[in-house]
Design a protein around this ligand. Structure first.
Ligand code: EPZ
Length: 419
């Protein structure tokens, strides 16, 4: 088990190369199941979740070669359409194999993902969508047993936005008989990235990025090559980190178009932001102004920024309100930030944050991916030494986080925990 040790209080300055997006790469890798031909992907991030999914796909018979971030996946034949509990429980996004397996083989046995620190995370909208496409779904012994001779196009209206639900349905519909219309679809950029790959593979999709996506089924999909989009959540995490430590940063390798809500909020907080052709420049505010946030589906303020933003507000010059609308329990970072001197009260879904002059370094524990990231940011800004335990949560979604921050001047290192 590793821990990250930070000697806080140093300004961050310089440039950071943003890695490929975890939440685009995962559904896109699952899409390799839809065709017997090869899918070649570049800019795949080196993350724990990516390794987990590749083990899962190899277990089903997908041949995978990975050289320096370029991956070749080929599902010539799918021997075993089964996603076992011991892999799925470590990564809920494994549910993304369900749609492709049903579409390609007509059957799937996928472990129910179970909950995680941030909420129960049910998959009822996924299952209802597959049933509308003619699949027979049974839940047995913690597994989804799904069967469908041939999926049929359907009109599916999601009662509430679901990102992987939209992605699962879109993949399944590419090989269905007839046309599928997804209403109240997720508009996240990662959904658009997946649609782009599917179209490269020969799928007929219109409307990705809007709340209505139409997919006309085709008999077969073929090979494709694609570069995964940059990770907007990693980029936003670094932008907020600089706002907390002071200094200035250029985040390279992504377009700012997907960060509109966050950039507007950071300007409200007092940061100076310049949009560049291939990146974003930010100069930290001299005083961090308090500004309220409510998390929403895209293009609103992303829930995956909430924990990091809360850490920023702990250092604001006033009182701010942060309301989490997407996940019922995405507040585990509050208790850990309080250990560092933050003044946060949770009332229902809203955290009331009274800014303090500075945080004080302390040993803290990552409880989930973005909570862990918020503790790294807090440690970088705090006076004194912080230790962040259970770093494996952070490694699921951030590529070499301590190396990237060290390059910006942070005193941060990863060490082994003795016991
Ligand atoms: C995706 O999760 C992301 N993960 C999450 O990122 C992200 O926080 C989330 O979308 C929201 O943007 C990946 O893309 C791999 P949802 P997902 O289905 O698809 C409820 C990270 O930090 N719901 O949009 O699982 C659900 O409980 C991760 O990178 C149902 O009730 O999220 C939640 O309250 C964390 N029934 C809300 O909807 C369903 O069938 C939104 O969930 C599906 C979802």
């Amino acid at each position: 088990m590793d821990k990250i040790v930070i000697q806080g209080g140093r300004k961050l300055e310089g440039e950071v190369e943003i890695s490929g997006s975890k939440n685009a790469a995962l559904p896109i890798m699952a899409a390799s199941l839809l065709s017997a031909q090869s899918l070649v992907l570049s800019n795949v991030p080196d993350l724990k979740d990516i390794q987990t999914l590749s083990h899962l796909l190899e277990g089903m018979g997908v041949k995978i070669k990975n050289s320096f971030g370029t991956w070749k996946l080929q599902a010539k034949e799918i021997k075993d359409p089964h996603a076992p509990y011991d892999l799925v429980r470590t990564m809920r996004a494994s549910i993304l194999v369900l749609g492709p397996l049903l579409a390609r083989t007509g059957r799937a046995r996928v472990s129910l993902p179970g909950g995680c620190a941030i909420g129960a995370r049910p998959i009822d909208r996924h299952l209802r969508g597959f049933e509308q496409m003619g699949a027979h779904i049974e839940l047995q012994g913690g597994y989804v047993e799904a069967k469908a001779k041939k999926l049929k196009g359907a009109q599916i209206l999601f009662e509430d936005v679901t990102v992987t639900g939209t992605e699962n349905m879109m993949m399944a519909a590419t090989l269905a008989i007839g046309t599928t219309i997804l209403g109240n679809a997720a508009r996240e950029p990662e959904v658009v990235d997946l649609a782009n790959v599917l179209k490269q593979m020969g799928a007929k999709i219109t409307g990705a990025g809007t709340d209505t996506i139409t997919i006309e089924g085709v008999p077969l999909l073929h090979d494709a090559e694609y570069q995964i989009m940059a990770d907007r959540i990693e980029a936003g995490t670094f932008l907020m980190g600089v706002c907390m430590t002071g200094g200035e940063l250029t985040a390279r390798g992504l377009s700012a178009e997907y960060l509109g809500a966050l950039i507007a909020k950071l300007e409200e907080v007092g940061a100076h932001v310049e949009i560049q052709k291939e990146g974003i420049f930010i100069k930290a505010p001299s005083v961090i102004k308090n500004a309220n946030v409510v998390t929403q589906p895209y293009p609103g303020f992303a829930t995956d920024f909430q924990a990091q933003y809360m850490a920023l507000m702990t250092l604001s010059s006033g009182v701010s309100l942060v309301t989490e609308n997407i996940f019922e329990n995405r507040y585990m970072h509050i208790a850990e930030l309080a250990r560092m001197g933050a003044d946060i009260k949770l009332e229902g879904k809203t955290a009331i944050i009274q800014g303090v002059p500075h945080l004080i370094g302390a040993p803290v524990m990552a409880t989930d991916l973005r909570a862990g990231a918020s503790l790294v940011l807090a440690g970088l800004a705090a006076h004194g030494i912080s230790e962040i335990h259970r770093v494996y949560h952070i490694d699921r979604g951030y590529e070499h986080i301590e190396k990237k921050f060290r390059k910006l001047g942070a005193r941060i290192k990863r060490t082994k925990v003795k016991y």
